[in-house]
Structures are given as C-alpha cells and as structure tokens.
Design a protein around this ligand. Sequence first.
Ligand code: FAD
Length: 470
Amino acid sequence: NAKEVKGQVLVIGAGPGGYSAAFRCADLGLDVVLVERHPTLGGVCLNVGCIPSKALLHVAKVMEEAEHIEHAGIKFPKPEVDLAGVAAYKSGVVKKLTDGLSAMAKMRKVTVIQGTAQFLDTHSVIVNHTNSDEQTTVKFDNCIIAAGSQSSKMGFIPHEDPRIWDSTNALEVKEVPKRLLVMGGGIIGLEMGTVYQKLGSQVDVVVRGPQVMTGTDKDIVKIYTKSNEKRFNFMFKTQTQAIIPKTEGIYVEFKGENAPSEPQVYDAVLVAMGRTPNGLNLGLDKAGVNVNEKGMIATDNQLRTNVPHIFAIGDIIAGPMLAHKAVHEGHVAAEVIAGHKVYFEPKQIPGIAYTFPEIATAGLSEIEAKEAGINYEVATFPWSASGRALAADVSKDGMTKLIFNKDTHQLIGGALVGDNAGELLGEISLALEMDCDAEDIALTIHAHPTLHESVGMAAEIFDGVITDLP
Ligand code: FAD
C-alpha cells in the first residue's frame, strides 16, 4: 500500500549534483521531490568524500607545518594524537554542512523522502523507505538522476575483511594501522595515505603504471613524487597479485618491476582503485534509459538521457568524478527543465589533489595539447624564485606551469604543484573560461609577495618580459 506523491521534478540522490539541481529547480518555481537513501543530504562529497577528507588533511597539515618550522628556529614537542578528537572534529565539520543543506531544502519547500528509488516506468519510481517497511510511489513530469558512484570492488580482494578499507572506512579514523598499503596512485589514495602517514602509519603505495596521478604531466608529478619519497614507499609498475588475510595481518603478494620478493604483511589495506557509477541498481530498464555495463548513463550536452524528460548528472555520467562538475551539471539540467536554452559546455573542469604538496590542474595538459595537435608552448615559473614561497618556507620546489597556443598566445591549460596550489588555480580557471591570452595575464597586476604572482610571472616568461630567472 504505497503512498503516492507527485512532483514536477523528481531528483534521485542528494549529493552535490542532486541537491544543486533540486534547489535550482525550486528556485525556478518548480515543485520538487528529492529522494535520498541516507539520513543526511550531501551525498558522498559532504558525508564520506571531499569534506571529511579535507578536515583530516587540515589536521595532518598542521602537524606537518609544526614539524617543518624547526628550520626557522621553532621546535614543538612531538604531537600527541587523540584519534577520537580528530574524528569528532571531522564529523563536526560534516554535520554543520549537512544540517545547512537540510535547512536550505526546507526553506525551498523541497519534499525530501528518505529511501531507495527504483524506476517503475517512464513517469514513476517506487521508494523503499530506509528505516521502515513503508513505500512511496513518486510520479514525476521530469526526473534528474544524480545517484553518484561507489568505490570499485575487485574480484580478487577479500573486501569483507574489516582490515580491507575503502575510502569510507579510511575516513572513519578508528585506528592508525602500523603498516598501511594503499592500492592505487590516484587522488583519493594519495590524500588518505597522506593523512595516515602523518598520524603515524608506515605507508606503501602500489601503482600499476610508471607514475601517480595518471594523465597529469610528468614534470608536475615528478616534483610531487620527489617530495614524497620519504613519506611513502612507492612501488611503481607493480601490481597486487594476492591478498591473504590472516589473524596476525594481511599478507600481500606483488608482481612487477618493483615488487618485493616476499609477501608483505599489513595491518590495513586501502583499496583506492577508482569508482563505479551507480547506474545498475536503479531499474533503469523499466524507464527505457540506456545505461552501459559499467553503470554509466549517456547524456547529451543538456544532460538529457535517451529518454528526453529524464536527465542524468554527476558521477553517474561521463567525465571527471568531481563535485563541482556535478553541481554545474545539476544547474544546467534544472534550467533546461524550466525551459531555458542552456548547455553544459565548460572550457575547463579544474582538478585538485589536496596532497603535500598540492597538485592543481585546469584546461589541457601538455599531453592533451600534443594529442590535439596544437602548436603549443609551455612557460614555467619555479617557486624557488618566489619571495613568498621562500619567506613562508613552503614548496621551494613548487612550480607554476602555463600552456599557451603558440600561434594565438591564448592560454589553453595550466598546472601548479606546491603548497596551496589548489587555492591558486581559480585565476587560471577564469582565464581559460574568458579565453585570456598571455598578455591579459601578464598585464594583470598581481600582488607581491604572493604565490599567485607566479601565474603572472609565467605569463611574462612566455611574453619574453622575464628572461633571467635564477
Ligand atoms: P554522490 O555524491 O555520490 O551522491 C549520490 C547520492 O545518491 C548518494 O547520497 C546516494 O546515497 C544516493 N543514491 C544512490 N542511489 C540511490 C537510490 N536508488 N535512491 C536514493 N538515493 C540514491 N570531489 C571533488 O570535487 N573534490 C574533492 O576534494 C573530492 N574528494 C573526494 C574524496 C573522497 C574520499 C571521495 C570518495 C570522493 C571525493 N570527491 C571529490 C568526489 C565527489 O565526492 C563526487 O564527485 C561527488 O560526490 C559526486 O556527486 P554526485 O551528486 O554525482 O553523487
């Protein structure tokens, strides 16, 4: 005996994509139902992703800086870690944000239903409530699927063992394993590895390819890897062959160029080998929405699926799995439903690894510029020549890199590696979106001494204004 609710728009999933779409729909005067299986809004990003990881990285950063300041004549005693306190700090940050979202949903009169949605046909879903046997049928004119993604699982990994972690387990910070293996050299693995290393774990990172952060230019990654050689034991061009949980530890066998000959014993293994879109458990066939075998839904540049009144956004569709991409897609989908003639056609989607040092990229990489056959030129500014980097004693090996079209002088991409690189990326993103050329950036007066001055300097180097770097 399912209850029945009707909405002009149904949004499935309350992550950054879903809540942004729902709020924009409501702001545009549409009647919205938002279905989320978890008790709080915010999805992966706010609950078990972007935000808790950054709260933990903040704690790790303070510890790192306290250690580092010894160079400048200040010595702190070795920090004592109260893990429950760290976890409480992280949870407090998450709660503030998720509570804020609930209030924003209420203010907009968005109907929130807690449960799992499954399509019944092209205009309705059934929602199985999370904490009861109740069911609600939601009928809709338009639907936005924002059901996100989950950590990928591999057949040979005994995921059921509590010492085999995914990112959600790692974010719980219940314990600091003496030896931690991170499987995968992507952003999530490196960020969580950074936290645990600082909290006291000895961390091995196993990477199938020759470098971490596949797809990022070698020169940038090289700086990161060099400054992390002491933090992590990297095993490049190496694969995990077998994982055998025993009482005294998890035995891991490796193969490949840098594989240890003996199995290694770990107290925990963090599997961070990508994420899988959640498209296979929504009953999409009932609505006739095409989904591939990996769970990904295809859309056009207005975020419409093959069924024109059903849209999909965020991690469940193609493109980088990033919160800000989901948010912008959510806005476009909402506005299309409201009758606006808008498209999702960004010139750049920024990406940041909040590691030590940070890596931040926007627009084309050098690899992509080469592949696209663009006649490009690279201008780099080393942070060793930055007064601010020297004074603040940060990332003297950092670098700002701009990539220009050599024929038009237009900026086509940029990357930064160094402390706070992520906070410096905004200027490059805006410059790319505004089609700026080298002169636009070089003639912009940048405050001195700042790290973002390095962006202006790199443009001046391209322009030939600066020729005598130390
Ligand atoms: P999600 O956030 O995954 O939300 C989908 C929601 O749908 C979930 O709440 C889920 O419960 C719900 N749902 C799924 N199926 C159903 C159903 N059938 N019925 C009802 N509800 C359903 N991105 C960044 O940009 N910056 C970062 O710093 C960053 N850090 C990250 C760190 C970690 C550890 C992880 C795991 C991810 C990180 N990400 C980061 C990625 C970011 O979290 C995702 O890109 C983002 O959350 C995607 O948003 P979304 O709205 O598509 O989906």
